[in-house]
Design a binder for this molecule. Structure first.
Ligand code: UT7
Length: 323
């Protein structure tokens, strides 16, 4: 059977780093509160010339270089984002153009913080169906543009950035020993819309809007939903938590990451944490974390890696990959 094997990863971050202490002048908040409640110490904030398309392009080029590939080798681009450059065309098509590609196809996928996990599963489907041979899967966000900078309950939590992965068709045996995407579990439930949403859009307010979140309500559901989909992929692959080499969760809050890992029985030393450096970068958070752990030598060929995320919608999902 065809497997989608990881050929390269890359990432890109805006130049400007914003420390927690920088909020203290304008808002009733503190570095101590933010670190204690979330684990976040800093985030990157995009300048006017840094957009979802430019960050996504840079991450894509880094992933291609990591795999020893060029844009000519790619025939599909899936971009997970909730902060596109324009309402349309898809920012994925703009990235395709920036990469000098006029072949293949590209589209955006919108599943908020779960976007990258949904995009990996979607690209894997297209590869296994024979629609594509080599896919660039990108998560790129500029959430700083949709934050209400006067709302301390949300603006301290998010940051900007992009991460990318190249998936390539390979023949596999059909067993869990294969390299590539081995299992995926995706969910959504719109009854939770009001807990995390943006209060604008082209078809309603004709504005971009601002992010609104009932943080405590999201927090309450997060670990349970994450556990469900991770266990779903364990069941599909016939493995258990002990078999995992690395757990690469969505980076929203260190307390959610810790609670999920504990509930799943995953040891602390297998958990990749970058929320301290990047904050919550929505669809970019998982590939940014992946790139850190690949580049520092933690994730290696043959490792069993679990990606998971949960966010607005609600949407939630997990993907199991043999590196
Ligand atoms: O990507 C997926 C979507 N997002 C998430 O996964 C986020 C999920 N939620 C969370 O991570 C947490 O709920 C938060 C970090 C947002 C908040 O942490 P919490 O422990 O749930 O705090 P809380 O909302 O219960 O607020 C505790 C107190 C409140 O004051 P009172 O009502 O106890 O007087 C808040 O007003 O902390 C106050 N507070 C702040 N204080 C200082 C809220 N934000 C801040 C702040 N600085 N930035």
């Amino acid at each position: 059977m065809i497997r989608s094997v990881v050929r390269g990863v890359g990432s890109a971050l805006p130049r400007r780093i914003m420390k927690n202490s920088e909020f203290e002048a304008a808002l009733d908040t503190s570095d101590e509160w933010i670190v204690q409640r979330t684990g976040i110490r800093q985030r990157h904030i995009a300048a006017a010339d840094e957009t979802t398309a430019s960050l996504g392009e840079a991450a894509a080029r880094a992933a291609l270089a990591d795999g020893g590939l060029t844009p000519a080798d790619i025939d599909l681009i899936v971009l997970a984002t909730s902060t596109p450059n324009n309402t349309f065309p898809a920012t994925a098509v703009e990235i395709q153009q920036r990469l000098g590609m006029r072949h293949g196809f590209a589209f955006d996928l919108q599943a908020v913080c779960s976007g990258f996990v949904f995009a990996v599963a979607t690209a894997d489907g297209h590869i296994r169906n024979g629609l594509a041979k080599r896919a660039l899967v990108i998560g790129s966000e500029t959430f700083s543009r949709i934050l209400d900078w006067s709302d301390r309950t949300t603006c301290v939590l998010f940051g900007d950035g992009a991460g990318a992965m190249v998936l390539e068709a390979h023949e596999g045996e059909g067993s869990v020993a294969d390299r590539g995407v081995l299992a995926a579990s995706l969910r959504s439930d719109g009854t939770h819309k009001e807990k995390l949403y943006v209060d604008g859009g082209p078809s309603t307010t004709k504005t971009v809007g601002h992010l609104r979140m009932e943080g405590r309500e999201v927090f309450k559901h997060a670990a349970g939903m994450i556990t469900d989909v991770v266990e779903g992929t364990f069941a599909q692959a016939g493995i258990s938590a002990e078999d995992l080499t690395w757990f690469v969760p969505h980076q929203a809050n260190k307390r959610i990451i810790d609670a999920s890992a504990k509930k799943l029985g995953i040891a602390d030393e297998k958990v990749v944490v970058t929320v301290d450096l990047h904050g919550n970068t929505s669809a970019a958070s998982v590939p940014l974390a992946l790139d850190v752990a690949v580049k520092d030598g933690r994730i290696r060929k043959g490792d069993l890696v679990m990606l998971e995320a949960m966010g607005g919608g609600f949407t939630w999902g997990a993907v199991l990959i043999r590196w």
